[in-house]
Every structure is written in structure tokens, then in C-alpha cells.
Design a protein around this ligand. Structure first.
Ligand SMILES: C[S@@+](CC[C@H](N)C(=O)[O-])C[C@H]1O[C@@H](n2cnc3c(N)ncnc32)[C@H](O)[C@@H]1O
Length: 218
């Protein structure tokens, strides 16, 4: 699959897939979007001293990186992320997140990308990472295990098979009671699918360039 590095608003990179005409992040700012959807409306909503996150779509590792930067002795993060089509290291080396977020995170960012798939690794004192190289369709999440799900698949227009009741039921099963899923997507059919598998759905204002995003509570 051909991948091209692009520049989004605010100067941060993303990846564009010409064959799908799809980007990995909002062109209104990859870092702004990630911080808004997954930090402000994800991790910042949980106050426990340890936190388990499941991500759909590891991609460039941006959501993992901002989570690592947030993690501390006060809030340790166990981060599990599934990815069917890992991004090649030559592209990762060109991505400029650390020149914006802080050069001091460069080693941790490369470590996240270079550790083996399929086993958990301590990336920093407060952040551990398990990368799963598989399609979500064939994967079963640990039951009632996660506080938050970062649902960061390509949009329903490009990949409708990721937003189905079948996949969302897996997400529901994987969450602890009171846990939630956060995503940039606000499509009507997706929200109906969330409701039909048991989620309570909340529409909130979206990141730059998007009117709404979705939180779904168990
Ligand atoms: C919107 S991008 C994720 C962006 C990523 N979170 C980041 O911070 O760069 C969607 C990701 O889902 C992955 N993907 C596509 N189909 C998948 C599947 N069936 N199972 C798991 N991952 C899939 C893609 O390869 C891509 O990396």
C-alpha cells in the first residue's frame, strides 16, 4: 500500500493513502485532533492511578505518544493497540511529532515502534505498550478489562466494515463498567450501532474542523 507523508494545519505530519483517498488524521491538525479526542475527551476524564487503554489502529503511534507524555507516577498507563498494516520504519523516521511535542520523547517514540509485536514492553517508567498485529475482526479483547477505548479506524466512508455492530460489540465487552469509547466519528449509523450493542451515546463538540465527536459509555 502506497503511503505519503503530508503536513496538516499547525505543522504536524500525517499519512495519506492515495488508493483510499484517506488520511490517518484530520488535515486540520493531527496533533490537535489527537489531543482533543483522545487526551482531553479520553484520558483526562479518568482519575484512577492506573489506566488501561485499548486502541483500534496504532498507525503512526501518535495517540500512544501523547498518552505516554501524559503518563506519570500519578497515572500509569497500560496501552494495548491493534494494527493490521504497520507503517514502515522509514516513514516513521520522517514523522515530525517530536519536533513539536518535545525532542526528549524521540527515544520513547522510536522504542514504541521498534519493540516486538505480541508482547508487553515497558517504554517509560509509567507507560507500557502491547502492540497486536492482527485484524480487529478476528481478535477478542480481554473482557471487562479496559477503562477507555480509542476507536481510531479510518472513517466509515473508507472502511465501513470497522464501524459495525459486530466490532462495536467486541469493544463493549472489553470495557469495564463505567468505561467508555472515544472517537472523532459522529456518523448517524455508527451511533445507532453503538446504541444497539448497549452503549449510552453522547455527542459532544468535535475537534477543529468537526462539528461533533462521539463518546459511548458502558
Ligand atoms: C486512522 S488510522 C490510525 C491512526 C493512528 N491511531 C495514529 O495515531 O497514527 C487507522 C488505522 O487502522 C488500521 N487498520 C485498518 N484496518 C484494520 C483492521 N481490520 N484491524 C486493525 N487495524 C486496521 C490502519 O492500518 C491504520 O493504521
Amino acid at each position: 500500500m502506497k503511503r505519503e507523508i503530508i503536513l496538516t494545519e499547525g505543522g504536524s505530519n500525517s499519512i495519506y493513502l492515495p488508493e483510499m483517498d484517506e488520511t490517518y488524521h484530520s488535515t486540520h491538525g493531527s496533533i490537535q485532533e489527537a489531543q482533543y479526542v483522545f487526551l482531553k475527551n479520553g484520558i483526562h476524564r479518568v482519575f484512577s492511578s492506573e489506566l488501561s487503554v485499548f486502541e483500534v489502529g496504532f498507525g503512526t503511534g501518535l495517540n500512544a505518544l501523547i498518552s505516554l507524555i501524559h503518563s506519570s507516577e500519578k497515572q500509569k498507563i497500560h496501552y494495548h493497540s491493534i494494527e493490521a498494516f504497520p507503517v514502515e520504519m522509514e516513514l516513521i523516521e520522517k514523522i515530525n511529532y517530536c519536533s513539536i511535542l518535545g525532542e526528549e520523547y524521540k527515544n520513547d517514540f522510536f522504542k514504541m515502534h521498534s519493540v516486538e509485536w505480541g508482547s508487553a514492553h515497558q517504554i517509560s517508567t509509567a507507560f507500557s505498550l502491547l502492540k497486536i498485529q492482527e485484524k480487529i475482526q478476528g481478535y477478542s479483547l480481554n473482557e471487562k478489562f479496559y477503562d477507555i477505548i480509542f476507536f481510531d479506524a479510518f472513517g466509515p466512508r473508507a472502511q465501513s466494515e470497522m464501524w459495525t455492530e459486530e466490532i462495536l460489540a467486541k469493544m463493549y465487552k472489553g470495557l469495564k463498567k463505567g468505561g467508555f469509547l472515544t472517537t472523532y466519528c459522529a456518523q448517524g449509523q455508527f451511533k445507532r450501532n453503538l446504541k444497539s450493542v448497549g452503549f449510552s451515546v453522547e455527542a459532544i463538540p468535535g475537534p477543529p474542523g468537526k462539528r461533533e465527536m462521539t463518546l459511548a459509555w458502558k
